[in-house]
Design a protein around this ligand. Structure first.
Ligand SMILES: Nc1ncnc2c1ncn2[C@@H]1O[C@H](COP(=O)(O)OP(=O)(O)OP(=O)(O)O)[C@@H](O)[C@H]1O
Length: 405
């Protein structure tokens, strides 16, 4: 195991009034502590890519700090084996008056590299950071983006055995994000164990093969990123609505809601009627039957198409569609809403459809019925479109104009 955590707990002392503190000195009042988490147990094997998710304040950053040794565990044990690179507090050791180049040497030494080793890495670091002449300017003159670019480039100059990333702290501008993710992905493919904290479900799904959900001071779920993120989404919605979560054993069933309105059926229709498989570019209709069980003036119906890896492809809902009649004004009466799709320009593969009934623009207000993967359908190649790769059929047409020489 590369990372092993057992009975891990972290608490911070609670600030108290002067008399209580005084009492504490004399052993009269026990010190008060607030646990961020307690009793964490998990192991991570070599080469695994694990995402850590959870609400703000769930303890994700604290867990990473304990794993990297910048915070001490209050109880239990956390062991990390191998050369670790942590993208947590990027550029922490940078000296503002030193140039980028000088800081590279400084940071390299802190990473345990010898001077000649760093010297050999400098051109590559300089090229990756793409900060131009600023490389030889004092770091205090950098924009925050330049700072991140340089710090990321140094911290990842050598492929680590374990890479720990807090996305919120480790990203620069969009262009650099793409570049850094490409590097992180390459490390992962080359065998680096990855621990990745992010608020972006798409990033966790596409990078990680396992996810841990932190909440209520413990490990709420450990499993496939799709399942964990689905559970998390429903949990947020449920928390907001304080209704019971439909959960059977370990396997989350993917359906939650307070039942004031209910989705009765979801089907996809091609030209010939109901279909499980459609061709690239076919016209299709997503037909949803639902019933409101009381008058719900703000009833909104939404659908979300995801690819096989759970990545959001397309989502839409009926909020602010003035041409539609109200959805929730006829309690008890089953109704049908069609989403007509003129051309299903998706790549070949399987897709799932999540359907939800909620109020306002999103399900965080009132979640009446949230049905994850209510339907799975297949897109098969269509000879009219020719061969292409990817999830969208953009129908790019090559053309060339001969220029007179
Ligand atoms: N030095 C500290 N002293 C006291 N409490 C702390 C300290 N550091 C963190 N905490 C508390 O620990 C809890 C967990 O914080 P942490 O930053 O680990 O959460 P997080 O899941 O990373 O949140 P976010 O998604 O907002 O980054 C919070 O309630 C925070 O206030």
């Amino acid at each position: 195991m590369v990372i092993s955590v057992s009975g891990l707990g972290k608490a911070y002392p609670v600030r108290q009034g002067p008399w209580v503190t005084l009492g504490g000195w004399f052993g009269l009042t026990p010190p008060q502590r607030r646990w961020v988490f307690r009793g964490l147990d998990f192991t991570i094997g070599p080469g695994q890519a694990v995402g850590i998710i959870g609400a703000n304040g769930a303890g994700k950053s604290t867990l990473l700090k304990v794993l990297t040794g910048t915070a001490l565990a209050t109880e239990g044990e956390a062991r990390v084996e191998g050369r670790v690179s942590a993208l947590l507090e990027l550029g922490m050791g940078f000296h503002p008056d030193f140039t980028g180049r000088q800081n590279v040497f400084l940071a390299g030494q802190m990473l345990g590299l010898a001077r000649p080793e760093i010297a050999a890495l400098v051109p590559e670091i300089q090229e990756f950071a793409e900060i131009g002449d600023y490389f030889d300017q004092p770091v205090r003159t950098y924009s925050s983006g330049m700072f991140v670019r340089l710090a990321f480039s140094v911290a990842t100059a050598v492929r680590p055995e374990v890479l720990i990333v807090d996305e919120a702290l480790a990203v620069g501008d969009i262009y650099f994000q793409h570049k850094s993710f490409a590097r992180i992905r390459r490390f992962k493919e080359e065998g680096t164990t990855l621990l990745f904290v992010s608020h972006d479900p798409g990033a966790v799904k596409s990078l990680c093969d396992r996810a841990l959900l932190l909440g209520d001071g413990r490990l709420l779920m450990d499993g496939d990123p799709d399942d964990v993120l689905d559970y998390y989404t429903a949990l947020i919605a449920e928390r907001e609505n304080r209704h019971e979560l439909v959960s059977g054993g370990d396997q989350f069933q993917g359906r939650s809601g307070n039942g004031k309105a209910r989705i009765d059926s979801v089907e996809i229709l091609g030209e010939m009627g109901e279909a499980q498989a459609l061709r690239v570019g076919d016209a299709a209709t997503l037909r949803i039957r639902f019933t409101a069980h009381e008058i719900l003036p703000d009833l909104v119906l939404g659908m979300l198409i995801k690819d096989r890896t759970g990545y959001d492809i397309y989502g839409i809902n009926t909020h602010q569609r003035p041409h539609l009649p109200p959805l929730g004004d006829r309690p008890g009466q089953p109704r049908t809403l069609d989403f007509r799709i003129p051309a299903l320009n998706l790549g070949a593969g399987s897709y799932s459809v999540t359907v939800a009934l909620h109020s306002h623009a999103d399900h965080l207000h009132d979640n009446y019925d949230w049905w994850e993967r209510a339907l799975v359908f297949q897109i098969v190649p269509n000879h009219r479109h020719g061969h292409f790769v990817g999830v969208t059929a953009l129908q790019a047409e090559p053309s060339m104009e001969e220029t007179a020489s």
